[in-house]
Design a protein around this ligand. Structure first.
Ligand code: HEC
Length: 120
C-alpha cells in the first residue's frame, strides 16, 4: 500500500464514520414526518389557543375579541388561501403571524384547523 492508498482508505473510513455520526445527530434533531401533526398541535397550543381555545371553540379572551368558532362552517367553508391570508396578515383583532411563523408552519396550522373542524 503506498501512501496515497493509505490516506484515501483512512480518509474514506473517517468520512463514512463522520456521516454516520451526522446522520445520527440529525435523526435525533429533526422530528420524523409523522410527528408534524403533533408539531402543529404544539404550535397551535402555543400561538393560537390563548384566543381560540385548544379545541378551536374560542377562549374567554378570544370571545371578547370576536373570534369565530374555528370548527364552524363560517370558518371551514373558507378556502385554504383565505384562511392562510387571515393567519399570515391578520384580520380585525386577529394578529398577523407571518413574522412569527414560517409559511410551512402556517400551512401545518391550517391543516390542524381543518382537523378541528372534522372533530366537531
Ligand atoms: C389575540 C388573539 C388571537 C390569536 C393569538 C389568534 N387569533 Fe385567530 N382570530 C382572532 C380573532 C379576533 C379572529 C376573528 C377575526 C374576524 O373575523 O374578525 C380570528 C380569526 C381566525 C380565523 C378565521 C379567519 C376568518 O377569516 O374568519 C382563523 C382560521 C384563525 N383565527 C386562526 C388562528 C391561528 C391558526 C392562530 C395561531 C397561529 C390564531 N388564529 C391566533 C384572534 C386570535
Amino acid at each position: 500500500m503506498n501512501q496515497r492508498q493509505i490516506l484515501s482508505t483512512f480518509g474514506y473510513s473517517f468520512c463514512s464514520r463522520l456521516l454516520v455520526v451526522l446522520a445520527t445527530i440529525s435523526a435525533g434533531a429533526t422530528p420524523p414526518k409523522s410527528s408534524s401533526a403533533s408539531a402543529a398541535k404544539t404550535a397551535f397550543n402555543a400561538h393560537c389557543a390563548m384566543c381560540h381555545g385548544r379545541d378551536g371553540t374560542g377562549s374567554a379572551l378570544g370571545r371578547s375579541l370576536g373570534v369565530a368558532d374555528l370548527r364552524s362552517r363560517a370558518v371551514q367553508k373558507q378556502s385554504d388561501a383565505q384562511v392562510v391570508a387571515a393567519v399570515s396578515s391578520g384580520k380585525n383583532n386577529m394578529p398577523a403571524f407571518k413574522e412569527k411563523l414560517t409559511s410551512e408552519q402556517i400551512a401545518q396550522l391550517i391543516r390542524y384547523v381543518r382537523q378541528l373542524g372534522k372533530k366537531k
